[in-house]
Design a protein around this ligand. Structure first.
Ligand SMILES: Cc1cc2nc3c(=O)[nH]c(=O)nc-3n(C[C@H](O)[C@H](O)[C@H](O)COP(=O)(O)OP(=O)(O)OC[C@H]3O[C@@H](n4cnc5c(N)ncnc54)[C@H](O)[C@@H]3O)c2cc1C
Length: 254
């Protein structure tokens, strides 16, 4: 990946500046100029592309702050290897791709409980790019969560993983599930997903996100976030559509 990015940098002849955060963007005056504010100062420019990531911050449920367990409580983004979990059992919260992969990994060494709020469909790993991301059913217009790739819940159950519904609250050592059952896990991994890195954009930018990559602020575009783009925009193979759309908008901007 580093080689690829270095190759792109050289090919486009762009100068990358590191360690600087964008903290705000606003429209100045009557023209088409935007003012980008960064931790290194301000920049006036006609176009700004926000590519600060669809999975920028771990999403940690509020109830997790009330939890004290004998082992550890950590978000999946902090998980590196099984020895981080000192207890013989682990509760994995979240039945998406991270949760399912963690349940598979721990099923060999720990007693595993997987709490699933929204059951996902299983899709073959080979179909990753095409199938990734939220989809909308043609028949009902209902939004459907991203499928899971690799293992189904049934396969995990057959291999000894206990499935439970969503965690609704936690107090001390006890976790409560939506079917009113309770458990006292040794350790907990929160595979509860991520929040996008668009917190630095003004409210005006969020007003019109109905068309791919466009925002409510002319000249400000967003790449790589499905809520501004479409299905698969937050995958390595899918972000090209956002990139080409933005290039088209910038070239043709009056
Ligand atoms: C657990 C997990 C597994 C994944 N697995 C896959 C996979 O198997 N296949 C796949 O295609 N995709 C996968 N993805 C998605 C993949 O990570 C994204 O497609 C890819 O990283 C998106 O690249 P990006 O440049 O849009 O965002 P990012 O890689 O998140 O880059 C955003 C950059 O913006 C910087 N930044 C953030 N805020 C600011 C700011 N205010 N100012 C300046 N810079 C800022 C960050 O430091 C970061 O360098 C996975 C994601 C996660 C979380």
């Amino acid at each position: 990946m580093i080689d690829y990015l270095t190759f792109v940098e050289a090919g486009l002849r762009v100068e990358t500046v590191w360690g600087i955060r964008a903290v705000g963007v606003e429209h100045r005056g009557n023209g088409s100029t935007l003012l980008l504010t960064t931790t290194a100062g301000e920049v006036q420019t006609r176009n700004v592309v926000c590519a600060t990531g669809a999975a920028a911050h771990p999403r940690v449920p509020k109830w997790a702050s009330g939890l004290t367990v004998p082992g550890v409580v950590l978000h999946s983004s902090d998980y590196l290897y099984p020895r981080q979990i000192p207890t013989s059992d682990v509760l994995i919260v979240g039945g998406g791709n991270s949760g399912v992969q963690l349940a598979r990994e721990f099923s060999a060494s720990h007693r595993v409980t997987l709490a699933v709020r929204t059951p996902r469909r299983l899709r073959p790993t080979a179909g990753y790019t095409a199938a990734a991301g939220e989809s909308v059913s043609w028949l009902s217009r209902e939004r459907r969560a991203e499928p899971v790739f690799g293992d189904s819940y049934e396969q995990l159950r057959r291999d000894g993983v206990t499935l439970r519904p969503a965690v609704t609250s936690a107090a001390g050592t006890t976790v409560s599930f939506s079917d009113s059952s309770q458990a006292q896990p040794g350790s907990v991994i929160l595979a509860t997903g991520y929040l996008p890195g668009d917190g630095w954009l003004p409210d005006a930018a969020r007003k019109d996100t109905s068309r791919r990559t466009l925002t409510g602020m002319p000249g400000l575009f967003v790449a790589g976030m499905p809520q501004y783009g479409g299905r698969g925009a937050d995958t390595i193979a899918g972000v090209w559509r956002d990139a080409t759309t933005i290039a088209h908008h910038i070239i043709h901007r009056p």
